[in-house]
Ligand binder design. Structure first.
Ligand code: LLP
Length: 404
């Protein structure tokens, strides 16, 4: 993705031309970037030969998941909908893990029927529910138990999942009790210990601590797990700082940890696979000049991209067509939704803009379209996947009649 003669291109496609055909707001993804991310992820953990299960929640677009499947990944799902979508994309159920604190009887029943690799269970009650289902079907079901390692991921509070006050997983005491109980179960095969401490993590320390907690618990219980599922969470840079997660160090700590245990590693990455592959293109509807600010009112809003409103997350904004004329006013980029939190970013120095100009909100491949909604009864944007000069409609723009 880059400017060629001041016009922004995704691979070989000129965005100005693309929006003429498909209108705005428009999600647009680069296939080559996706492929590169997946290959890098594999390379970064090549010494572990892990099973990589893409976190469908980060991007649940069927056509994108199909590409991810072709590039060799499995899936981490958290609802029946995501499980159906993963299977529809052609992912082998034996490469699917199912997490989530509130899986219902009908969701568990479906997962058992589909013979997925693992149901990663997050409570005693859920384990009992699975056992009941397995017994009624006279089947043996493979499961994991998600441990809450009480580890601070040192990330945004709202996306941290591994501290003792978080709703996820079970504490060490319950974990040990469940292992002892399941050793004798006729219907459940306990195969995995799973953890996931949070998202957008940059430091290695939280992961090292998490591995230490797992190590301590494993040495206490003397039970062999076929799989250790370490979840996802590796951070990506949303700013111009080129900050990167240190994969080499993480792999080293895992190798050290595995020295004592002979288990296969599973990862559940979302953001690190899809985050920087996607952009959101939006058109300026109006420019409203108030005393101190210029409001740039976009046709994309918080219903299309929730992250800034929900987490105070920053996404860079850049123009589709670059000029060299700068403004010294502060631009506040806002959406059309009737909420004050419907704003993306304030920028001090930006090129001069006029109504109908196009801008790009960067790095929205993860938790962008998948978190979008019809709030204010606005249709969801189309999603385009670019492969070289090929333009693939990965999802059609919603029409009002689709939901009214
Ligand atoms: N595995 C489990 C069990 C998870 O809960 C998650 C994310 C992942 C894997 C993938 O994590 P990743 O590699 O993408 O960091 N909506 C928030 C992020 C929420 C993450 C929820 N769980 C955001 O936009 O930042």
């Amino acid at each position: 993705m880059k400017y060629i003669k001041n016009n922004f291109f995704v691979e070989k496609v000129n965005l100005q031309k693309l929006t003429k055909k498909f209108d705005t707001p428009l999600y647009c993804y680069s296939y080559n970037k996706l492929k590169k991310n997946i290959n890098n992820f594999k390379l970064n953990f090549s010494k572990l030969n892990p099973l990589i299960c893409f976190a469908i929640k980060s991007n649940s677009n069927l056509n994108i998941i199909k590409e991810i499947k072709k590039l060799g990944l499995g899936a981490d799902v958290v609802s029946k909908g995501e499980l159906v979508q993963a299977i529809k994309a052609g992912i082998n159920p034996k490469k699917i893990v199912f997490s989530g604190v509130g899986k219902t009887y009908s969701e568990l029943n479906y997962a058992v029927d589909k013979k997925i690799l693992l149901i990663n269970s997050e409570s005693k009650s859920e384990v009992m529910e699975i056992e009941k289902i397995a017994k009624s079907k006279k089947k043996i079901v493979d499961i994991g138990i998600r441990l809450n390692p009480n580890t601070d991921a040192k990330t945004l509070n709202k996306i941290s999942t591994g501290k003792k006050g978080d709703k996820f997983g079970v504490n060490q005491k319950t974990f040990i009790e469940l292992v002892n109980y399941l050793k004798k179960s006729k219907y459940i095969n306990l195969k995995c210990l799973s953890v996931h401490i949070g998202s957008q993590i940059f430091e290695n320390k939280p992961y090292e601590k998490m591995l230490k907690v797992i190590d301590r618990i494993l040495s206490k219980i003397k039970f062999r797990f076929n799989y250790i599922d370490l979840g996802g969470g590796m951070g990506i840079s949303y700013e111009n700082d080129k900050k990167i997660f240190n994969y080499t160090n993480y792999q080293k700590s895992i190798i050290k940890f595995l020295g004592k245990y002979n288990s296969k590693i599973i990862f559940e990455p979302g953001r690190s696979i899809i985050g920087n592959t996607g952009i959101l293109i939006s058109k300026i509807i109006y420019i409203k000049e108030n005393q101190s600010k210029n409001f740039i009112i976009l046709d994309a809003g918080m219903n299309d991209l929730m992250r800034p409103a929900l987490y105070g997350a920053t996404h860079r904004i850049i123009p589709v067509n670059k000029t060299k004329k700068y403004s010294n006013k502060t631009y506040e980029f806002v959406g059309p939704i009737c909420e004050s939190t419907d704003k993306f970013l304030s920028i001090k120095k930006f090129q001069k803009l006029k109504e109908k100009d196009l801008i790009i909100v960067c790095d929205v491949g993860a938790y962008g379209s998948s978190l979008s909604s019809n709030y204010n009864l606005r249709p969801k944007p189309a999603e385009i996947l670019i492969k070289g000069s090929r333009i693939i409609i990965a999802k059609k723009r919603q029409k009002l009649k689709d939901f009214i």
